[in-house]
Design a protein around this ligand. Sequence first.
Ligand code: UT7
Length: 311
Amino acid sequence: MNGIQIVSTGRALPKQVVSNDDLSRIVDTNDEWITARTGIKNRFKCEEETCVSLAVEASSKALENAGIDKNEIGAVIVATSTGDYVFPSVACMIQKELGLNEEITAFDLSSACTGFLHGLSVARGLLPTLGKKYILLVGSEKMSKIMDYSDRSTCILFGDGAGAAILAESDNIYYQRCWSRGNNELIACKGVGEESSYITMNGQEVFRFAVTVLNQAVSQILTDAGLTMDDIDYCVCHQANSRIIQHVAKRFKGHEDKFYVNIERYGNTSAASIPIALDELWQEGRLKKGMKIICVGFGAGLTWSSALLQV
Ligand code: UT7
C-alpha cells in the first residue's frame, strides 16, 4: 500500500454568524466591496467555543460517520495556528475529550493554510508505523483571536471553524507534492509575547502568489499522476478568496464546476477550510467512494501543496 484514503469527515462551526453588514458596523467596509473582492458573505466567530471544542466536535462527527472502533486510532494530528495554548496541544486535548487510547501519537502541526495538506503528508508516512488502522487529522482554527478588527483588509477575510478526517492506508492512487519558500514579509503573525499578535498581510502580493502556485500545484499533480482534469471529479482548494479559485479554474476550460467554492458561508478558515469543504461534499452526497479528487493548500510560510487521491 502506498496511498491513504479518507474514510470519513466531520465539521464544526461556532454558533455566531458574522455577516458583511455586521462587520461594516465596526470597520470601514461594506457588503458590496467584500462580496465583489472576495466572494465572502458570512463567516463564523467563536463566543463560548474554543479551538479545542471545535476540534473535538468535528472529530466526534468524523468518528461517528466512520463507524470505527476509536481504539484503532493510532495518531491525532491537528493543523492549527490558533490553538488555545502554546502547550498542551489541541491534539492532546482531543485525546482526553474523546477518551482515546493513551498509547497514541498526538501533536499539532503549524503550517497555516497548508496545514491540512501537510497533515496528509505526515499521516501517509506515519500510518505504516503505528500498528493501528487509522489517523485522525483535524484542521481547527479560531482565527478571530489573531484578527485586528481595525484592519479592514484582513479582518473581513477570516473565519473560525474546524474540519476533521479519519484516514487509513489504501491501495488507491495517491500523489502529493509539497513546496516551501520562506517569507515573513507577505503574511505573518508574530504571536505570543510580541507587541502585536495579529495577522499582517500584503493582500495583493499574497493574491499574486496564490494564483501562481495554485495553478502550478494542480498542473504538476496531474502530470505526476499521468491524468488530466477529465479524470478528476472535484478540485478542493483552500478557500482564501473566490477570485483566486476562479482565476485558476478558468485555465481548466470546461472543468470550472469541479473547483469547489464555499467561501461565501465561511470566509477563510485557514487549516480548516479543506476538511470543511470535504465534509460538505460528503454530507451532500456529492462525494462518492472511488471518486478522484485534488486537494490544494497554500498560504503563509510561504508553503503550498497538492494531493491527488481517490476517496
Ligand atoms: O490564506 C491565504 C491568505 N490570504 C489570502 O489569500 C489573501 C489574498 N489577497 C486577497 O484576497 C485580496 O488582496 C484582498 C481581499 C485582501 C484585497 O483585495 P484587493 O482587490 O487586492 O484590494 P486592494 O488591497 O488592492 O485594495 C483596493 C482598495 C483600496 O482602496 P484605494 O487605495 O483604492 O482607495 C483599499 O483601501 O480597496 C480598499 N479596501 C477596502 N474597501 C472596503 C481594502 N479592504 C477593504 C474593505 N472594504 N474591507
